[in-house]
Design a protein around this ligand. Sequence first.
Ligand code: NAG
Ligand code: NAG
Length: 390
Amino acid sequence: MPRAILNAFLLPYSVLLSTAHWKRASSCRVPSNQFSFSPFGCKPRLICSRMDFNHELSSSAVCIDIERESLRRELFPPIEPFSTGELKVSDIHTIYWEQNGNPNGYPVLFVHGGPGGGTNSQNRTFFDPTFYRIVLFDQRGAGKSTPHACLEENTTWELVQDIEKLREHLDIEEWLVFGGSWGSTLSLAYSQLHPKHVSGLVLRGIFLLREKEIKWFYEGGASALFPDAWEKFRDFIPEEERGSLVAAYHKRLQSDDQAVQLEASKRWTAWEMITSCLLPNQDALKRGSDEKFCLAFARIENHYFMNKGFFPQDAYLLDNVDKIQHIPAVIVQGRYDIVCPIMTAWDLHKRWPLAKLKIVPDAGHSVKEPGIAAELVAATEAFKEVLKIK
Ligand SMILES: *[C@@H]1O[C@H](CO)[C@@H](O)[C@H](O)[C@H]1NC(C)=O
Ligand SMILES: CC(=O)N[C@H]1CO[C@H](CO)[C@@H](O)[C@@H]1O
């Protein structure tokens, strides 16, 4: 359909929009196979712009249309990297990185969770390998990065710097940033500090590391929904130390006694793996019995949570949302996420109305939940339209 006709259809909406918003709305791009004879292909962006009527935004702000039914929602087939490497980021730490997909494609950075979770070949499958140059890396101490499970020189801000070092090392000017759970925390911290290198964000299972989020999961709250799993987590700690389970676990995860460290790691990890999915997931549970994985996952997570994410104030990432208001973003959140309850995604959404919030009605926290994976793929597919213009 010619642009002129489309504009005629959109005209009634335009009176609702300031000139700037109108321009943005009319630049809505819908693939030609989507052109039914109505403006509704564009509707999500119009709604987005109208919602944001009062915000001062840079002209680059766009909303991503993630509702189109024609968007692919299946994971892509497994792929192997076209290059891998190690980058020395400090006296102590060396991080593992890999690139997959199209070497000349649009760069996307996958930010893993935990912290301490590490990456996995499955993590490559959210992105069209013909369109994207898919970069994965293991954060300090996690996965194939060395030394394993090491907590020294290990703060959020050092991880943010590592991302910048990796970006420069790979000679990338800007990228789409994709992260869930702690990956959403780190993606937000990174983009708020380096907004000019971030062209878009796909975030899942939002975690802002505020005190109430840590308390919900580790000090009672989630326990109301998983009392059976909770007992195994709690009962490792003697009653007199249960005032703060995060602190009690910290002591044991730092213990000189390897057996104590390992048992604490397994219990800490099991609690999260059991509560991550709406329905029990064998793969997640299996991860909880992999000792090497548990050690890094539990020790690193607990270290960051003890230190409140190294953020100067409790709602730091919310308070700094203004720095990324102009960056197009999609937030995918499971309604029944027990690990990172939806209240946090909601708080973020209220502060950042241009970020598209997609609530998956039948999912918990895990990226492996069918509804979550489907919406993440739809988001990276929808982003192609926007990134192509760049
Ligand atoms: C990466 O893949 C692993 C293995 O499938 C999975 O357990 C993990 O949750 C994924 N991480 C993220 C952040 O998607
Ligand atoms: C809690 C904390 O900060 N742990 C370590 C992080 O790294 C620094 C620098 O190596 C150490 O001094 C801290 O003990």
